[in-house]
Design a protein around this ligand. Sequence first.
Ligand SMILES: Cc1cc2nc3c(=O)[nH]c(=O)nc-3n(C[C@H](O)[C@H](O)[C@H](O)COP(=O)(O)O)c2cc1C
Length: 360
Amino acid sequence: MPFLGFWEKLEKPIIGLAPMDGVTDAAFRYMICKYSKPSVVITEFTNVEGLARGNMRGLAAFIYSEIERPIVAQIFGVEPDSYYKAAVMLSSMGFDGIDINMGCPVSKVAAKGSGAALIRTPELAKELVRMTKKGVKDWAEGISLEKAGVHEDMIAVIKTLKSRDGVDAFPGMDLTGQSTRKVIPVSIKTRIGYDTIVAEEWVKHLLEVEPANISMHGRTLKQLYMGLANWEEIAKACKVVKASGLGTTFLGNGDVKSMDDAHEKIKNYGVDGVLIGRSTFGNPYFFAGREPTPKEGLQAAIEHSKYFENLNHIGFQNIKKHLGWYCKGFEGAKELRIKLMQAENAEEVIETIKAIASVS
Ligand SMILES: Cc1cc2nc3c(=O)[nH]c(=O)nc-3n(C[C@H](O)[C@H](O)[C@H](O)COP(=O)(O)O)c2cc1C
């Protein structure tokens, strides 16, 4: 039977924040979890080969805070050995789970055989899950990062990464492993197919390696984000997972617009829950089932900017899309959006907003 970890303990239905590269960074996840807690959050994906070679850029995606728990780190790539190293490293950093991306359609990912391209190479996909599980198990049984082959520069940096005000970037980290070594669950996020729909056959392959959870976006790789997510296929794949009796949880994903829509889809399609991505843009109150008022939106823009800047490890330009999403629903929103695109730090965001609105 698979090790289900926190997935098994989550209250149903599970309504989680979908991973989104360039969007669900530490600051956005913090805002979401502060104002409306999802059941689970997943980091942006990070390339395992980059991590294995000591590429520090990927580490920023893994910065997290305690209020996000359960927090799952998402990884992608094709080299089994790099998954092993990443699994050991992420276990030591205090994550509640590891998710493997088998759904990304972006050409620079899929062209290398990773992301959704793994749907065409099920044997490799299964090997990646096995190696991730091996890394998780070896960490729980006492292996050191050095012995596991984690890059020495990476070890040095994860030990010391802190925010501007001195808060640890990875608060649950325990590199000695004296207090917290434990097995964490390994899950998969995927799509219903590569160029044709193969959802049922595909999950049968995945079940062979007993993932704790499968999240399925109801589009093929070829569809990218076009058309509508196919929830009938999600429901069929879910049935296969349930029939396996393994206890693997199954989440549907794609085009969920609101909390009411989430509950309706969960009821209609028999899934354990859903992941929600784009509908959360600009709305930290999403999981509480409401939209922010214009004033709350601007307050969120300020708080988000300050938090983001304090993290100190991601360039300020990366917050701009969020600032744009927060400005809506009032006269002058468009002009404000344009001005905010020029802000170079949190102070300038605050000045720009306060010049047009009274927000505290
Ligand atoms: C900007 C953006 C970045 C994304 N990055 C990731 C990612 O890093 N990992 C992943 O598994 N899916 C990623 N996705 C896919 C989403 O997790 C989700 O499957 C997709 O957006 C459909 O859900 P939605 O309709 O609720 O947005 C991304 C989607 C968007 C829009």
